[in-house]
Design a protein around this ligand. Structure first.
Ligand code: PGA
Length: 251
């Protein structure tokens, strides 16, 4: 049995005051939900404030990115020990916006995954094909390479979460159909199984891309979809709590 995860990726939104107010509303609304994990990923500047709000609750804190070195002359970057220090237990790695706008490659993703694991942060590794790649029929090739290269040299996968986020579905309102998502999730689990055996059955694979409380019900009913990575709909407590309620009790 895999426990569900719902993670809210706030991206570059919210001041400290806005972030703490949103975190407080989500914390209060989710107080009776115990059967899965709710994770909030505010921007770096709000991590401390949100961490304080989440203290004493079951909600968990994630960063949206990190560097693969512990410290050094890397202006503008943030390291794993810094994230641990501020209360993060998760970190999103290789989001498609990082790949697209900041030229992150699978090799960078791999270094970050290894650093997160050795720092006892659980990475949420994002993979997904573009519209063009899907049209060319190379979705499996692209996603397979992202998974293989991202996890190169990683011997244990127990503490990794994967998010399948088709690039064409992110922020577009064009959600993948449950069958499209399930196909790719099952494919990811299959290749994990080839490398890691039975451990693959315990890995949570989240779907991301235009998730709302109205479409998550059908997605979460699929066998290999274990939760959601939510962008736009995580910015309002009502919408985000609605997604959590749709998933809670169904996995
Ligand atoms: P979206 O973003 O829910 O706004 O499509 C998802 C994501 O980028 O993680």
């Amino acid at each position: 049995m895999r426990e569900w995860i719902v993670a809210g990726n706030w991206k570059m939104h919210n001041t400290v005051a806005e972030s703490t107010a949103l975190a407080k509303a989500i914390k209060e609304g989710a107080v009776d939900i115990k059967d899965g994990s709710v994770i909030l990923a505010p921007p770096f500047t709000s991590l401390h404030g949100v961490s304080e709000i989440l203290k004493g609750s079951d909600l968990l804190l994630a960063a949206q990115n990190m560097h693969y070195e512990d410290k050094g002359a890397f202006t503008g970057e943030v390291s794993a020990p810094m994230l641990k220090d501020i209360g993060c237990s998760y970190v999103i790695i290789g989001h498609s916006e990082r790949r697209k706008y900041f030229q992150e490659q699978n090799a960078d993703v791999n270094l970050k995954i290894k650093k997160a694991l050795s720092s006892e942060l659980t990475p949420i590794m994002c993979v997904g094909e573009t519209d063009e790649e899907r049209e060319k029929g190379i979705t499996q090739e692209i996603v397979g390479r992202q998974v293989d290269h991202g996890l190169k040299g990683v011997s244990r996968i127990e503490n990794i979460v994967i998010a399948y986020e088709p690039v064409w579905a992110i922020g577009t309102g064009k959600v993948a159909t449950p069958a499209q998502a399930q196909d790719v999730h099952a494919f990811i689990r299959k290749i994990l199984n080839e490398s890691y055996g039975k451990a693959a059955n315990g890995i949570r694979i989240l779907y991301g891309g235009s998730v709302t409380k109205d479409n998550i019900g059908d997605l979460i009913a699929m066998g290999d979809i274990d939760g959601a990575l939510v962008g736009g709909a995580s910015l309002k407590a009502d919408g985000f709590l609605g997604i959590i309620r749709e998933i809670s009790g169904k996995k």
